[in-house]
Design a binder for this molecule. Structure first.
Ligand code: ADP
Length: 477
């Protein structure tokens, strides 16, 4: 295919190299999805300690001798079909621990660590790489890439346009104002319309005010971000640039997330065989559930509404339902989940931890997936649920509202319902949604219809990739 343009994507995580959340899935999926649209993408991310071995023997394509207290080298190679650029700067990234925090909490130099990533991205955008590659666009993700559009905007004029994508507004990359100079940002831009944020700095705000376009990962989240309930302080900044904001849904990798690719395969036409996975799931969690078997696969945090589960579950269990939980996070919520398991043996099973293989069995085997989020930029698990005929029961926020069509009388009559949505995110509405689920489950004809609608709902990258490609084309002229 003819190359329409080149994009430098800059992010702090990317599958399969490093993942702490959905951001990594998206950053890792975009290159292939956009290649199909004629856009060539390379992904720049830090060479954390765990990745340095991977980059051995890779070609050095860029060097920055003065990168916030040490040298930075960019190494180019391929991982899982993606063209990767790893920023090797041992003084910033070669340490034990996670990408954002170590044994003692968040790394205290996170502002410099990700400013460095952004600095190198902006330099590459301007100057190109030693192998001759030069991007037309810089696409930054979240606060970790936030300074990249700013370095581009505040430097000498350039043709390279920039996009910033907000995957989660909750993380804003805050730093004290005293770091302005150390972060190589211009003093004259320290005011409310530019870099200043509640008296300090926010790398995310810096990106939002300087990028040529702002995207987020669902149309509903794009609208929500302009409201105080969801904007988390940045609503005014985003609303002021509303004409540059768009919401493009994430897709999922439909080859990996496919009931036909599971150990006990089934498809739209062989839905009955889903029962084999259900039996395996019950065995894995030691469950015996007469009614609908629901799952939760999630970070266990307040954002995800996990704290609502203990209040709605007893009625659901009493009506024949069951629950399998896989997740980790807030110790109090982990404890609350374990307590439910103790209280409802054989009906509730809980695995604390991260286990992608087990999550596949859960989506294949369950009847429903619960996503009672307070906010959800896009959300992936409801889309896995659709794909597997595992009906999503979701709070009607963000991407959840954009991907699930609720099974109310109108939705059922029109034959378009794919799950159950509820609003607001509280125990009363969630409990009502579970009663709806039980009623639907009791009607096998309608249940089967909704399952089939769900499985037919497109959740791949095709239409999203086309939307990104259209945006890039518009920006690059
Ligand atoms: P977020 O990025 O806010 O955590 P998303 O729904 O966008 O939420 O993405 C979460 C991803 O992580 C999904 O792919 C989900 O299946 C996966 N995931 C979350 N917790 C676990 C777990 N404990 N084990 C396996 N996969 C998990």
């Amino acid at each position: 295919m003819e190359i329409r343009g080149r994009v430098l994507s800059v992010a702090s995580e990317c599958v399969p190299l490093l993942k702490t959340g959905g951001l990594a899935d998206v950053v890792g999926a975009l290159p292939a999805a956009l290649a199909a649209e004629g856009w060539q993408m390379r992904v720049l991310m830090p060479a954390y300690r765990s990745l340095r071995g991977r980059a051995e023997g890779w070609a050095e394509v860029f060097r920055e001798p003065d990168l916030f207290g040490g040298e930075g080298r960019v190494l180019a190679g391929e991982v899982a079909g993606n063209a990767m650029l790893l920023l090797d700067a041992p003084h910033l990234y070669d340490r034990d621990g996670g990408p954002y925090s170590g044994p003692g909490g968040d790394w205290t130099d996170n502002a410099q660590r990700f400013a460095a990533l952004s600095w190198v991205a902006a330099r590459i955008a301007r100057e190109g790489l030693a192998d001759g590659w030069r991007p037309d666009l810089l696409h930054a993700h979240d606060w970790q890439g936030g300074f990249a559009p700013a370095y581009l905007a505040y430097g000498p004029p350039t043709d390279v346009k920039s996009v910033i994508t907000v995957h989660n507004i909750a993380f804003q990359g805050w730093a004290p104002a005293s770091m302005l100079g150390a972060l190589r940002l211009p003093y004259e831009e320290f005011h409310a319309e530019a870099l200043e944020y509640f008296g300090g700095l926010s790398s995310l705000k810096a990106g939002l005010v300087t990028a040529d376009a702002i995207t987020t990962v669902s149309p509903t989240y794009a609208a929500e971000l302009m409201r105080p309930e969801f904007g988390m302080g940045l609503q005014g900044v985003i609303a002021a640039r509303a004409d540059r904001v768009s919401g493009i849904l994430n897709g999922v990798d439909t080859a990996v997330w496919s009931p036909e690719a599971e150990e006990r395969p089934y498809a739209l036409r062989s839905l009955k065989r889903k029962a084999e996975s259900r039996a395996a799931l019950c065995t894995a969690f030691t469950l015996d559930v007469p009614g609908p078997l629901a799952i939760v696969v999630s970070r266990l945090t307040d954002q995800k509404g996990i704290d609502l589960i203990p209040s709605v579950l007893p009625d659901f269990i009493a009506a024949g339902g069951g629950l399998a939980v896989l997740g980790s996070g807030d110790p109090a919520l982990e404890g609350a989940m374990r307590a439910l398991e103790m209280r409802f043996p054989g009906r509730v099973g809980v695995r604390i931890g991260y286990d992608e293989g087990l999550s596949h069995l859960m989506f294949a085997g369950a009847d429903a997936v619960l996503v009672p989020s307070r906010f959800e930029p896009c959300g992936l698990t409801q889309m896995y649920g659709l794909r597997y005929g595992t009906l999503p029961v979701v709070a009607a926020v963000g991407g959840l509202a954009d991907t699930v069509i609720t099974a109310n009388p109108a939705g059922l009559a029109a034959g378009v319902a794919t799950g159950i949505t509820f609003h607001p995110t509280d125990a009363a509405a969630f409990g009502q949604a579970l009663r709806q689920l039980l009623a639907l489950y009791a009607d096998p004809v309608q249940w089967g219809q909704v399952q089939r609608n769900a499985m037919k709902h497109p959740v791949g990258w095709e239409s999203s990739a086309a939307a990104y490609a259209a945006l890039y084309a518009r920006l690059a002229g």
